[in-house]
Ligand binder design. Structure first.
Ligand SMILES: [Zn+2]
Length: 322
């Protein structure tokens, strides 16, 4: 009975609004992980259906797994009484060449979006938000966009910027030229100087592959799994980056940055309902379900040993062979 009363009161609290706007502060006197235990499989919340609710006492949290009804987007919420709230959205990005398309896209979506068409909204938020972490990462088979903050309003602001960046980016040609690759005179004010390749990712990857360990690790992965996406350089091989076109970049976004190919993760003590509502209203409600066809098949087993030789720059710490 007591439990019942508490639940009803909590539901009222959850729905409490101020002039129609949900408030962002935390529910005082209640535990985030206890509240999350009240969800039950099959429950519908803002376009999502709860699939599983699991208490994880070792980590002092309650895990809530959900699925977005219309698009199939998957969502995991870790409710814990920790004010370090975190959001992350990730997409399975499975390139089949070494032009660095997922990496260049990761940079380019942060250059402006439909609601925030200003230059570099991501970097503008870096020095005006209360975030404790903001970044984006490209891995071999996924791209992720995480942030964390201790402030509820800041969480909503950053969520809005992140959702718009990944789902509705401008992807202007100039942004592609800035972040991907372009030809430019060595001295931009002198047209007689030689043309050279430039670009943020192009230069970043030239730097990355000047590190011998990185060269070795990249080749090791490429040669161990030679039949699918792990055989290419997701960050971009500098010699292959100039093969990428702006149109190919836009196409990669259309097929990979879709809710049906997305996983969402939130952590902390802010109410889950509020996150779901904002994600549904600002992004997911505008999409239909697709089959993204991004699954990675298992690498067939090798039938015999293989050998490969990797060359790299001289190791300055190696003993002189003479
Ligand atoms: Zn980068």
């Amino acid at each position: 009975m007591f439990r019942q009363t508490t639940t009803t009161a909590l539901q009222k609290l959850r729905r409490f609004g101020l002039n129609g706007r949900q408030h962002t502060w935390r529910l005082k006197g209640t535990s985030a992980k206890e509240r999350a235990l009240q969800y039950h499989p099959g429950e519908k919340i803002h376009g999502f259906t709860v699939k599983e609710v699991v208490a994880v006492p070792d980590l002092f949290l309650t895990a809530v797994k959900l699925r977005h009804d219309k698009t199939g987007a998957q969502y995991l919420h870790a409710a814990r009484d920790d004010s370090n709230n975190l959001f992350s959205v990730q997409f399975r990005t499975t390139p089949m060449d070494s032009t660095g398309v997922p990496h260049i896209l990761e940079h380019t979506v942060l250059c402006g979006s439909a609601r925030y068409p200003c230059r570099d909204p991501f970097f503008k938020m870096l020095n005006r938000s209360l975030s404790t972490f903001m970044n984006a990462f490209t891995a071999s088979d996924y791209t992720m966009y995480p942030f964390s903050t201790q402030n509820g309003k800041d969480f909503q602001n950053l969520l809005s910027v992140y959702l718009d960046a990944v789902f509705f980016p401008c992807l202007r040609e100039q942004d592609f030229r800035q972040e991907g690759w372009r030809l430019e005179n060595e001295n931009p004010s002198d047209a007689d100087t030689p043309l050279i390749f430039k670009g943020v990712v192009f230069n970043e990857m030239k730097g990355a592959f000047s590190d011998n360990e990185r060269v070795y690790a990249q080749h090791l992965q490429n040669k161990l799994y030679p039949d699918h996406t792990y055989s290419v350089v997701s960050g971009g091989e500098p010699l292959a980056i100039p093969d990428l076109t702006w149109e190919e970049l836009r196409q990669f976004h259309a097929t990979h940055y879709h809710p049906s190919n997305a996983r969402f993760f939130t952590y902390g003590d802010l109410p889950l309902e509020q996150h779901l509502k904002q994600i549904e209203e600002e992004a997911l409600s505008r999409f239909e379900c697709i089959d993204p066809k991004t699954e990675v098949p298992a690498q067939p087993r090798w039938s015999c040993p293989r050998e490969d030789h990797v060359t790299c720059s001289p190791d300055p710490l190696a003993p002189d062979p003479t």
